[in-house]
Design a protein around this ligand. Structure first.
Ligand code: C2E
Ligand code: CA
Ligand code: CA
Length: 757
């Protein structure tokens, strides 16, 4: 009994001292009743890496929730069993790790003469293939490779006489009968006489009585026995060149199990240090344990005294504790003991405030369990509750200390991840949580399967406050469900995609300029009185090699955002000049082309001034160009803007105000800038109906502009009704599908020729 305590304590030597002692005291008077020997895999063994498996292996695991393993009971410390106890030892520790790695339960049965091996899947400790029934197959690699050491009785022999096997020639040595060692020894050292023994005890007996010069055996086993039985006369004198290899053997009916075991054992590793260290007892260790026991008794005494004083003090702090309890109830979920919705909101708020100060990000995960309702309804609420508790634990396992996991209600959880530096880390956490929750939940020996759908939002990218973030995370979670569950979805992912798409377009556009993919179309501007076409507006198109013809509304704003607008603007201007030359050549030089210039282009005066040089170089008078700008540019013009407009005007270039009526829509100040035309926006024109508000406004604008000496162009004229009204209002020019759509240069020239009568 005392020895079982020692080994128990040995295994606990990482835990705090007091715990060790309490354990010893607790165990001392009790006998552990032999229950079912089942090694259940720990479903919280999530720290174990998932191992990649073939479909066959996966299928086998799915079909076999449990393997039956035959374990010997007298092979200390490899596999053994003390009276009324479970099997223990290195092999059992290996099996426990295997269970967790393969997520399979292991049923341990005693391996003795009566064991029906036909019902056994695995034998945990075999030293040689000669020792197993034909229906079992040794795994390729042993999991233990232990040297065979030489032991002498140092009361009767000198250590120096038995450092190695050479020195034992012509002597008798004891060896364990079973195993591969006797054969190896016989082969190499014919002149050593072997005394076969059946048990270690028998060998020690021979040594003690000087019947053999030495005992050669598995170092791990013999060392353990020597310490365990405190055999003071036994001393290790050297090592043999041989090792004892311990294998597991698999029932040949299960080749999948064989490969699974190979994988698992490889993962755990040969002579796993953690396991072996657990089963080493050295002399120092024994002394340490004794000291520990003494300290333990003292500790218990001190604890008792301390308890007495604490009791007195506790009455005083009970009040405070009550307060604490109330606070706890208000802020924590009863079932999972996680923070509740209320506390989560607080924490999120704090995280946002901190993020603002440190310009970091905050991640918010909204986790909803898939299939939980089904489990809850079919297996009952107590299973459901346990599953939720376990799920809470699994989620919490992968987050940092500063993060908060909260139960939001039902099967919904939220995680606040403050102080995020990058989003990759966030994705990793999401993946880990998904992996945790997709593993089966083992509750009352039954497996239940759920998974998680997660929505992710990031502050400040996605929302400005807790409400927005939570609501968007919720939306993203629904999107994850919609996409097929068991996944996470960034609320920004669609935006992210869009932004990727935008980046791609900007990149393409840069090349488009040089690859001749851009083209200017021209839409005729018709004089309403004469129906002559002496003007056209240049409208850019992009002939994308994959996406086809792209309209300016889909890329001009990107060019503006990216700064590409300057280069693009220059190209447009150059192209318009080139085209104008062709137009003049074919239609006479009264023709004017309108060019749209983006307000952004006015931030680079150099570029704009170059245009004047280009005009001069092409020998084109300014009056053949009209620049379309928006009203916005003139509302609060910088000195540069005023100067440029001035310079342009001096060269004869005309100006028109585009999209008039959509913005500020004030006419008088336009006079200041010597604006030539106002283009009434098409939204206005398209709403024109006899005597409606737009019609009245339109008429008023026209009359007023005329008084200021400004001409009018109505754009987007699509039907004759609109045209008639515009005629009545004495609008000067019209532009719209009713007359002509924007068309390539040559088509424009044909059109004008046809209509120029
Ligand atoms: P915008 O300057 O207002 O150009 C008029 C838009 O109205 C053109 O669209 C034209 O095709 C369309 N349109 C003309 N008549 C009708 C009609 O009867 N009904 C309707 N529904 N639409 C009509 P587009 O070519 O797609 O150009 C869109 C905008 O892109 C332009 O609006 C302009 O702001 C910009 N843009 C076009 N070309 C250039 C350019 O070379 N440089 C710059 N900076 N912007 C350009
Ligand atoms: Ca325009
Ligand atoms: Ca317009």
């Amino acid at each position: 009994m005392a020895l079982s305590i020692i080994s128990t304590v040995t295994k606990l030597d990482n835990s705090p001292l007091v715990m060790n002692i309490l354990f010893v005291l607790l165990l001392f008077p009790t006998f552990q009743l032999l229950a079912d020997e089942l090694i259940e895999f720990q479903h919280n063994a999530g720290l174990q890496p998932a191992i990649p498996l073939t479909p066959n292996e996966k299928a086998w695991l799915k079909a076999h929730k449990e393997i039956k393993v035959a374990v010997k009971s007298g092979w200390m410390p490899i596999e053994f069993k003390l009276e009324n106890e479970r099997h223990r030892g290195i092999a059992v520790d290996y099996l426990t790790k295997v269970a967790n790695l393969l997520r399979i339960n292991v049923r341990v049965i005693d391996y003795n003469n009566t064991t029906n091996l036909a019902e056994v899947d695995l034998i945990s400790g075999v030293t040689s293939s000669a020792l197993i029934t034909p229906n079992f197959q040794l795994l390729n690699q042993p999991y233990l490779i232990i040297p065979n050491a030489i032991y002498i009785n140092h009361y009767t022999s000198e250590k120096s006489e038995a450092n190695n096997l050479e020195e034992l020639r012509n002597n008798k040595i004891a060896v364990f009968k079973t195993g591969s060692l006797p054969a190896k020894l016989r082969e190499t050292y014919q002149d050593i006489e072997l005394v076969d023994t059946n048990t270690a005890d028998e060998a020690f007996e021979h040594l003690k009585r000087d019947k053999v010069k030495a005992y050669v055996g598995n170092e791990l086993v013999v060392d353990y026995h020597v310490e365990y039985h405190r055999l003071n006369y036994v001393q290790k004198s050297g090592l043999s060149p041989f090792t004892s290899d311990v294998f597991m053997a698999v029932n040949a009916n299960h080749p999948e199990l064989a490969s699974l075991m190979e994988i698992a054992l490889r993962k755990i590793g040969q002579n796993n240090k953690e396991i072996l260290d657990n089963w080493k007892i050295s002399k120092n260790e024994m002394e340490r344990l004794l000291k520990l026991a003494l300290v333990g008794v003292l500790t218990v005494l001190i604890m008792l005294i301390a308890r007495f004083y604490l009791l007195k003090r506790s009455i005083r702090i009970q009040d405070a504790e009550n307060q604490q309890k109330i606070w706890h109830q208000a802020n924590f979920d009863f079932l999972t003991q996680l923070p509740n919705r209320h506390l989560l909101q607080n924490r999120l708020q704090q995280a946002i405030a901190r993020a603002d100060r440190q310009s970091l990000k905050v991640g918010l995960l909204f986790i909803d369990l898939d299939n939980f309702k089904h489990v809850n309804d079919s297996a009952g609420h107590s299973v459901g509750d346990q599953l939720l508790k376990e799920a809470a634990e699994r989620i919490t396992r992968h987050i940092r200390e500063e993060d908060t996991t909260a139960r939001f209600g039902g099967d919904e959880f939220m995680v606040v991840l403050p102080d995020l530096e990058d989003l990759q880390g966030l994705e990793k956490i999401c993946e880990k949580i998904l992996n945790e929750l997709v593993r089966p939940f083992l509750i009352s020996k039954e497996r239940f399967f759920v998974s998680a759908s997660m929505g992710v939002t990031v502050y400040p990218d996605d929302g400005r406050n807790t409400e927005e973030l939570m609501s968007f995370a919720d939306q993203a979670m629904y999107e994850a469900k919609k996409q097929g569950k068991n996944r996470y979805q960034f609320f920004t992912e669609s935006m992210q995609k869009e932004s990727n798409n935008r980046l791609a377009i900007i990149k393409d556009l840069r090349h488009a300029i040089h690859k001749n993919e851009l083209v200017l179309y021209y839409q005729p501007i018709v004089c309403l009185k004469t129906l002559k076409v002496l003007k056209a507006e240049a409208l850019i198109r992009w002939n994308h090699p994959e996406k086809g013809l792209i309209g300016p509304n889909d890329f001009i704003y990107l060019a503006e955002e990216s700064g590409l607008i300057h280069e693009l603007g220059r190209w447009i201007f150059m192209q318009a000049i080139t085209d104008l030359n062709a137009i003049h050549a074919q239609l006479g030089d009264a023709f004017q082309v309108s060019i749209n210039v983006s307000p952004y282009q006015f931030s680079n005066t150099q570029h704009l001034l170059e245009m004047i040089e280009v005009l001069k170089a092409h020998n084109i008078a300014g009056k053949h160009i009209c620049i379309e700008i928006t009203e916005r540019l003139l509302l609060e013009p910088t000195d540069e803007v005023i100067e440029i407009i001035q310079t342009f005007r001096e060269t004869g270039i005309e100006f028109s105000i585009d999209d008039f009526g959509t913005g500020y829509s004030a006419l008088p100040y336009l006079k200041k800038f010597n604006i030539d035309y106002v283009k009434i926006d098409k939204s206005f024109i398209q709403n024109l109906e006899f005597d409606n508000y737009d019609a009245i406004l339109c008429e008023a604008i026209i009359q007023m502009a005329h008084k200021l000496g400004i001409s009018l162009i109505a754009e987007g004229v699509e039907d004759n009704n609109q045209r008639k009204m515009l005629e009545e209002f004495e609008c000067d020019f019209v532009q719209g599908f009713l007359f002509a759509r924007p068309k390539p240069l040559q088509a424009l020239i044909e059109y004008v020729k046809e209509h120029a009568t």
